[in-house]
Design a binder for this molecule. Sequence first.
Ligand SMILES: [Fe+2]
Ligand SMILES: [Fe+2]
Length: 263
Amino acid sequence: MKILFIGDIVGEPGRRAVSELLPRLRRQHGADLVIANGENSAGGSGITPKTAEEIFAAGADIITSGDHLWDQKEVTALLQNESRFLRPLNYPQGTPGQGSVVYQASNQAPVGIINLQGVTFMPNLENPFVRVRAEVERLRRKTSIIFLDFHAEATSGKTALARMLDGQVSAVIGTHTHVQTADEQIFPGGTAFLSDAGFTGPHESVIGREIEPVIKRFLTLQPQRFAVATGNVKLQGAVVEIDEATGKALKIERISEPIANPS
Ligand SMILES: [Fe+2]
Ligand SMILES: [Fe+2]
């Protein structure tokens, strides 16, 4: 089984990259399942039913999120009604939405998907290490194929969590920093790992935003409006191949593809 994962989709350019490139990438890699992080898909901050629909229409099966979850108030509709949408697992009990799902396509083994958020240099959610351990145990009663999007800032935390789950899940792929790392590997127990998938959107930017206002903010320490940038649009992510019988990863490959006219 092959899972194609797409890193944080940023704004209209990011959604355009997904619409333009995903159908071909899906075919080219023979992906059985497509998971995309959509936390920045609405104007660069948050997600709405409309931007989610665009991502699903382009061929994504599941959308994950992260710390920008609440930026658009329409997200409540997704949290309440959309079974293909995940929020980070480690919110308190009673938070709307779901932190994991078992995806079952016809003629295919079930796949458990978990969305988790880090707590280092990020809002203080519940301990991701503790929460994910219990969730993996629960999901493993249903399937040995488990994919985790760990939305987190600190590389050490991402690596440690993935090492903790080595042999328990098929893949741990990090999101949030918007910078694709070159550390893709398969750990000894069979868990594929990449500490950050990168982002899908305009790369002539500071992690997706226009350059000048970001520099100005660092220089003056005053708030600025950060518009989504426009140039050099790319889709970034990874493809993981998994042995369906054991749930162990066989291969992980990074993806970084420009759109036809990335300007
Ligand atoms: Fe984030
Ligand atoms: Fe993001």
